[in-house]
Ligand binder design. Sequence first.
Ligand code: 13P
Length: 239
Amino acid sequence: MKKLVVANHKANLSMSDIGDYIFNINTNLSDKHNIVICPSYIHIPFFTSEKFELGAQDVSIYDNGSYTGEVTSEQLKSSNVKYVIVGHSERRELFDEKENIIKLKLKQCFKNDLIPILCVGETKDDKLSNRTSQVLRRTLLETLNGFSKEDLSKLVIAYEPIWSIGTGITPTIKEIEEIISFIKDIIRSAYKVDVKVLYGGSVKEENIDKLKEVGNLDGLLIGGASNNAITFSKIVDLF
Ligand code: 13P
């Protein structure tokens, strides 16, 4: 069955890289899985292809209006964006995004029919002190509480252990499998919906064989390795 593979370019690539990137994606990307590419906002209009859907890396908490520097869900929708990454750990840490802000962003996504990819994950400290399940449960319940079953059924979750992002270190197959079932169970029992859960954190060509073994994994969220279209396409083929 096709899985969902999401590229998160973060704040990478310049306008001069985009032509080659799109050419290489169009030449190399297979239809083995469903693909979403989340470029920088300014590159979004250039990413038009039948081969993938478009995602954004963030969204404003506001509707259209006098909010200098913001990009709204309505603007994303009108730019052909289908998915939005919400609550990425880099935004939580560097921009101090808390659950109340993340909730407003989810609300904006649901309002304009955008599919949120909600990122959750534990820090290294949480993991070392055996607090992973406690942290995930609290984050999920605080963030998702109050949304309708209909909205939540559209949600995608990305499990991204913070200690794995950009470090080259990944959890074991068993750890990923256990956490994914834990996340799915929490959401099923609290909200009676089944959600897709992706894994993100140092996904590379070298560890894709291992990630393929994770039985309950619905897809991947790829940072660094998605900035090269040929590498990204190869990962999609290997997955
Ligand atoms: P890396 O794949 O570079 O570790 O980043 C993961 C990530 O943060 C994707 O959102």
